[in-house]
Design a protein around this ligand. Structure first.
Ligand SMILES: Nc1ncnc2c1ncn2[C@@H]1O[C@H](COP(=O)(O)OP(=O)(O)OP(=O)(O)O)[C@@H](O)[C@H]1O
Ligand SMILES: [Mg+2]
Length: 219
């Protein structure tokens, strides 16, 4: 039996209006789950709830068998630093620093070492001495993915990680993410508008009419 890494039960949340309710979700080792849905349906909010950044109005999130609302701030910080890999729409790289420094900071904080193979796979190995500000948008996106994977997280939460990329590079990034979870017994939750990328995952959900529904087939 593969281990459950994330369980969410009965999640409901509203901002100005109710975004969703009664959401149940389970993520196991080696699973890759894509969440699709219209703009504004609450996908990013749900990802923030699953990854400890927003406390929902109702329901419970369990990460690695721990109810996260019973954990101290320090424990939550530890989880974020060591176990969770967060690739969000804005990618918080340090602009004035070199590419290498940006990745080194992540590995130092999590006591890991840089995986040169990964840099090669993402085609960013040649960019290490360049400043972030000198890279293209898609190169920066791949650096932020390298930075997250270098921490060796157990769960990767990715919000439109291929949004700025051409098809070929997007496929490359997806392949790297999927190989990573297979090799490290990790798991991926991917939010995307791109059905081709969603199709590469092994389960698919749609956030619509305030509910999260499993799609047996992607059209
Ligand atoms: N911090 C916040 N405060 C108030 N309203 C918010 C906040 N964050 C999100 N919202 C609102 O919640 C709704 C859902 O936002 P969310 O970012 O989760 O959507 P999404 O499905 O990720 O959309 P997109 O596909 O465009 O990224 C939107 O109407 C948004 O304005
Ligand atoms: Mg979003």
């Amino acid at each position: 039996m593969s281990k459950t890494l994330l369980n969410a039960s009965n999640i409901a949340h509203s901002f100005d209006y109710q975004l969703f309710s009664n959401i149940d979700f389970d993520l196991k080792e080696k699973e890759s789950i894509a969440i699709v849905g219209r703009s504004g349906s609450g996908k990013s909010t749900l990802l923030h709830i699953f990854s400890t950044f927003i406390k929902p109005d109702e329901g419970r999130v369990t990460l690695f068998d721990q109810n996260i609302y019973n954990l101290s701030e320090t424990k939550i910080e530890d989880l974020r630093r060591h176990e969770l890999g967060i690739i969000f729409q804005a990618h918080y790289l340090f602009k004035g620093m070199s590419t290498l420094m940006n990745i080194e900071i992540a590995t130092l904080l999590s006591n890991e070492t840089i995986d040169n193979n990964l840099l090669e796979r993402l085609e960013i190995k040649e960019l290490m001495q360049q400043k972030i500000g000198e890279l293209s948008g898609g190169q920066q996106q791949r650096v932020s993915i390298a930075r997250v994977l270098s921490k060796r997280p157990k769960i990767i939460f990715a919000d439109e990680p291929t949004g700025n990329l051409d098809k070929e590079t997007a496929k490359l990034v997806m392949d790297v993410l999927l190989e990573y979870i297979e090799k490290e017994n990790a798991a991926l939750v991917l939010v995307t508008h791109d059905e081709e990328m969603a199709r590469l995952c092994n389960k698919h959900f749609s956030l619509e009419q305030k509910e999260l529904k499993e799609l047996k087939e992607l059209v």
